[in-house]
Design a protein around this ligand. Structure first.
Ligand SMILES: O=C(O)CCC(=O)C(=O)O
Ligand SMILES: [Fe+2]
Length: 270
């Protein structure tokens, strides 16, 4: 994990996306249903995910969080409002630009051909690439309704190449250290946290390691909600990912096939 700073203008944009998303999440369930993930032809990951639908740690009950996935920017996608679409789409583009810069710097720092990662991320923002902006909303927790072992977000590592995390001021994200303890990743205003994903770990033959992380329940009596914005960067569906040191430590896999396998775990196998 690494932390980078963003200028004031970007901080305001992050807050704007967060506030606008919260207004969507606070609506009654039936108002959100038409925008559910799975309702959009051509992009199975786009749309709203209700609480307890996914389990990022498949051994735990469903995560106590809602999400809005912006996976497609196609013009025929139906959005809750035009304003919601414009705000999500503009932030998606900013995150895309930042991610491509980070991927280029990473290749450079590893002594690799500078375009190696960029070549596999040419289609971000189209239906041939699964990169997704997720606006996450963790509702206040009612301890009487909780299931045993349930968390806001179960232990997992991210699936793709890199992830940009914009945590809200509430904090709450914890990261597993190399000595096997979970440590808090504080929320620092104006910073972006960059996670290495599992596919990047394979790609670099374990030179870069994906980090396990989670979000616990709030302490008893804390009835606050929590929000974060997370940009999951994935290689193009058709991009063939082979170990960049030529070692074949992991078999070659396409970005699309790898992601499908991981989704099967978090949403239950069909
Ligand atoms: O909400 C957060 O801060 C992180 C969520 C997360 O790790 C994920 O959705 O993959
Ligand atoms: Fe994550």
């Amino acid at each position: 994990m690494a932390i980078g700073h963003s200028p004031l203008e970007s901080i305001c944009q992050v807050e704007h996306v967060r506030d606008n998303s919260k207004a969507f999440f606070l609506q009654p369930h039936e108002m959100k249903l038409p925008f559910s993930r799975g309702n959009f032809a051509g992009n199975p990951n786009h749309g709203w995910v209700s609480s307890e639908t996914e389990r990022l740690n498949p051994r735990r009950p469903g995560d106590l969080k809602e999400a809005y996935n912006t996976s497609s920017l196609r013009s025929d996608i139906k959005w809750p409002t035009v304003e919601f679409r414009d705000i999500q789409a503009a932030f998606f583009q900013r995150c895309k630009e930042l991610s491509l810069r980070v991927l280029k710097v990473m290749a450079h720092s590893l002594g690799l051909e500078p375009q190696i990662f960029l070549h596999a991320h040419r289609n971000i923002g189209s239906d041939d690439n699964a990169t997704t902006l997720r606006s996450l909303y963790y509702p206040p927790v009612n301890s009487e309704l909780m299931k045993e072992g349930q968390l806001r977000c179960g232990e997992h590592s991210d699936y793709g190449s890199i992830t940009l995390v914009f945590q809200g001021p509430e904090g709450g994200l914890q990261v597993l250290s190399r000595s096997d303890d979970f440590i808090s990743a504080p929320s620092i205003p104006g910073t972006v946290l960059v996670n290495i994903g599992d596919l990047m770990q394979r790609w670099t033959s374990d030179l870069l390691i994906s980090s396990v992380h989670r979000v616990l329940l709030p302490p008893a009596g804390d009835s606050r909600s929590r929000q974060s914005l997370v940009f999951f960067v994935h290689p193009d569906d058709e991009a063939l990912i082979t170990c960049c040191d030529g070692s074949n430590k992991y078999p070659a896999v396409t970005g699309g096939a790898y992601l499908q396998e991981r989704f099967n775990d978090s949403y239950g196998r069909k």
